[in-house]
Write a protein that binds this ligand. Sequence first.
Ligand SMILES: Cc1cc2nc3c(=O)[nH]c(=O)nc-3n(C[C@H](O)[C@H](O)[C@H](O)COP(=O)(O)OP(=O)(O)OC[C@H]3O[C@@H](n4cnc5c(N)ncnc54)[C@H](O)[C@@H]3O)c2cc1C
Length: 648
Amino acid sequence: MTADASTILKSRVPDGPLEQKWDNCKNHMKLVSPTNKRNFDIIVVGTGLAGAAAAASLGEMGFNVKSFCFQDSPRRAHSIAAQGGINAAKNYQNDGDSVYRLFYDTLKGGDYRSREANVYRLAQVSANIIDQCVAQGVPFAREYGGLLDNRTFGGALVSRTFYARGQTGQQLLLGAYSSLMRQVDNGRVKVFPRREMLDLVVVDGVARGIVCRNLVTGKYETYSAHCVLLATGGYGNAYYLATYAKGSNVTAAWRCYKRGAFFANPCYTQIHPTCIPVTGDYQSKLTLMSESLRNDGRVWVPLKQGDRRAPEQIPEAERDYYLERRYPTYANMVARDVASRAAKERCDSGFGVGDSGKAVYLDFSKAIARDGAETIRKKYGNLFDMYAKITAEDPYKSPMRIYPAIHYTMGGLWVDYELQSTIPGLFVLGEANFSDHGANRLGASALMQGLADGYFVAPYTVNNYLGAKKPPIVGTDHPEFLKALEETKARVGKLLAVKGTRSVDSYHRELGGILWDYCGMARNEAGLNAAIGKIQALRTDFWKNVRVMGTPENFNQSLEQAGRVADFLEFGELLALDALTRKESCGGHFREESQTKDNDTLRDDANYSHVSAWQFTGTPDGVQLNTPALHKEPLSFEVEKPTQRSYA
Ligand SMILES: Cc1cc2nc3c(=O)[nH]c(=O)nc-3n(C[C@H](O)[C@H](O)[C@H](O)COP(=O)(O)OP(=O)(O)OC[C@H]3O[C@@H](n4cnc5c(N)ncnc54)[C@H](O)[C@@H]3O)c2cc1C
């Protein structure tokens, strides 16, 4: 299963001191002349923050951009849901922040499983993002004097998170969308909504186009370009219950994997500590309560096991503010994986609250008494309203009940320093790539990474690729396009031909249950082996008994969902296999066999300081996964040597 791949995986990290690498890289890149840019077509799949930012920037530079998404409008991408904020090393609070400190916090937050040079570049460009967004008119919160305000997020001892109440993603996406629409108006970008990318077309080993299904007409369409950018988001919906938009999926990335792009660290999934707990068997979605709430909310459980009194009736002396107790320095603002594990541990030990016992309190009573309800409303009003609407409880009067839930995926398609995958000409941006967060992402850093990739990295590296390679024109009549089209139609046809009796949703729900139980907050060897067997059996059953309604030649949401679940059923196995292979604990990947005495992650740097990158070894149209090959990109740390992570 393991191949020596240092020869295959070239990270292409530039030489030179850490702080000069990105400048050195940019200074030596090839350029496409201004008048020549109009001769290059670029496909960007995805219109979330990463995709919209890249499409707008490349359009502005003069390239011909084709922008795709499955929603009815680019501005409905999942990024719109982001609540709490975006990090940047501006040091507006004068509390000791710097590029270096943001780099350090992010590297440590990821439990030293990310590429040092990428993380440093992310911290460097973070400040540019805020300037760019302010210029677009993004209404970040301001202080009384008019300066941009900041709040604190987990894993940091400084306030560096810029925000627009609890709607930061929405405001950032509207900014990126405005820039995109400007380029549509200029004729540089053409937008293709309601298209689902179902395959990547590779010609002579190079990414040259995509196959889509028009979700309104059901017609298949092919598009060619000189390169393809994938910004299709994360795969957390494999777990069924998650905070993601329901449409988020792994299909585009999985198709690229089956065409030769390596999939890196699929087992690195983020479980967010503050979500509204599961309430019933027929629930289809979970809701995040932003991490920003932990700035003022205090997490606690009763000191006594099984205490069923209402929270207001439990006196201060009988409460356990367990994060403040265990981690006095960071207290409620510890990193997400740490807070999630601590909540699970308290609930598993019988201290959980609510009917299920699978919840802890997030309590604002002290902050409301100190600052007044109006101040709290100004900071978090929409989040409190959301909680009240969903639970019919008033969080101004009694504490919120929260529990961890799947929220983000650090794994994704493997990319080099220039965001290029193992397929030349295929670039991967935002949550869809594995790049900068290692084994755990710190809050407010996904928006930072997506916009860094889209506004400040890809515009340089794509220009470099086109300037250096000057790929020849390939039309959609090329045999590889026709072949990929026929394979796509056959795959869709196969789904409809099963004509079984079991609903697509029931398979998805069962898969999610398997992943959550065996590959969720805690993982062990026996459980992961069991998960792989169960997923294989479920997949076999799916292809015998699934019922997909309707026909392919029209609007058919049952078919859309079936295709996505079929891919999750394959991908889920890779996720579990990756978790099985990584025997250490790191960040969100908690192997029970490898923990400190305090229930924290125990890394094994001697054996696992690498990125695991999986290569598909079957045929793209095959349902069976065969045995993927594991390649390892060694991680080296020149500036910040890995230590045992501590937030105490
Ligand atoms: C509730 C919630 C709150 C969050 N809050 C924060 C926060 O405060 N700060 C922070 O930093 N991060 C936050 N995050 C994480 C952050 O929002 C995401 O990681 C980020 O927005 C992902 O952006 P993206 O551009 O990579 O992908 P997405 O926004 O997921 O966009 C994916 C795009 O790809 C398209 N697409 C996908 N598959 C296909 C296909 N097959 N064919 C065609 N198009 C396709 C979609 O149509 C969409 O346009 C939050 C996440 C959630 C769920």
